[in-house]
Design a protein around this ligand. Structure first.
Ligand code: HEC
Ligand code: HEC
Length: 252
């Protein structure tokens, strides 16, 4: 298997005119969703903007799985480096209140206050994600015969699919940085193993958060993805980064 690094800039050059045209047709500016009421999710004590220095101390217990700087070594654990403060805070609140089900993380989040969640979020937001590499193995058969896995992912990421699958770039950005705030996570550089697991779960209908806190966008985005396409997207994302904008992810 040959592996090659992918950076956002190189990826842009690879886009064909056809994809660019399709992309122009499908990419619409996405309005920011109403931010989830992060404080109300957990407790009534108001939290203020996170403090990264305090957050670093509080994040000590997270290092075993997510890495001290948020670049988890083991691919089953998501990287948190460069993730947005409010996205992290929202998800810690969801783990705590059961809106996102995971036994390990429920236990980890149980002890955290809303302020701890923002401080920890602020710390990881200041860290730089270390991207991995994309898989450029040629696909031997099927609808994508002769294409490389990462190319399958790149095409969908940038241009969506004719069956209504949206282009991911509309919400997650050209280098996978997402949009600072609670809603649109950074996904560039993430471990492919973790991304495959999430896309497969979204495809079968997983939604995080209950009632007013639910965000069902990814359930719709993933429902028509084949296993091969999920693999392609995940490996493309693993190699996708743009260190020039990787620092702009902390939210106010
Ligand atoms: C024993 C291992 C372990 C420890 C320790 C741990 N986590 Fe996690 N964490 C996980 C796993 C596993 C997941 C993936 C859960 C899933 O698939 O839904 C996760 C997911 C997350 C996510 C969601 C990431 C995303 O991209 O959606 C956040 C945020 C998070 N953890 C924060 C923390 C924080 C903060 C701490 C420390 C207070 C911590 N974790 C400690 C194992 C751990
Ligand atoms: C309309 C906006 C939108 C589009 C288009 C979109 N996403 Fe998302 N995505 C989101 C939102 C919002 C979340 C977070 C949901 C939540 O926090 O409840 C998310 C979450 C994710 C996650 C989980 C991240 C994590 O850290 O756990 C992955 C992976 C992902 N998206 C990949 C994709 C891929 C691949 C595509 C294209 C097929 C795509 N998204 C298209 C809005 C979008």
């Amino acid at each position: 298997m040959k592996l090659s690094p992918i950076i956002g800039v190189v990826a842009a050059v690879l886009v064909t005119g056809a994809i660019a045209a399709q992309q122009a047709a499908t990419v619409k500016p996405v309005p920011e969703l109403t931010p989830a009421p992060i404080v109300a999710l957990v407790e009534n004590k108001p939290a203020t903007a996170g403090d990264a220095t305090r957050g670093q101390t509080k994040a000590g217990t997270c290092a075993a799985c997510h890495g001290a700087d948020g670049n988890a070594g083991d691919p089953q654990y998501p990287k948190l480096a460069g993730q947005h403060e409010l996205y992290i805070a929202r998800h810690l609140a969801l783990f705590k209140n059961g809106g996102r089900e995971n036994a390990i993380m429920m236990g980890m989040a149980a002890a955290l206050s809303a302020q701890d969640m923002r401080d920890i979020g602020a710390y990881f937001a200041t860290q730089k994600v270390l991207a991995g590499i994309g898989d450029d193995t040629l696909i031997g058969e099927g609808p994508y015969q002769g294409k490389k896995y990462y190319q399958v992912g790149e095409r969908i990421y940038r241009g969506g699919k004719a069956d209504g699958t949206p282009s991911c770039i509309a919400c997650h950005g050209p280098s996978g940085r997402g949009i600072p705030g609670p809603s649109y996570p950074a996904i560039g550089g993430q471990h492919a193993t973790y991304t495959v697991a999430k896309l497969a779960a979204f495809k079968t209908g997983m939604v995080w958060g209950k009632d007013a806190q639910a965000n069902a966008v990814m359930k719709a985005a993933a429902k028509n993805l084949s296993d091969e396409e999920i693999q392609g997207l995940a490996t493309y994302l693993q190699g996708l980064h743009n260190n020039a904008d990787a620092q702009n992810s902390s939210a106010k």
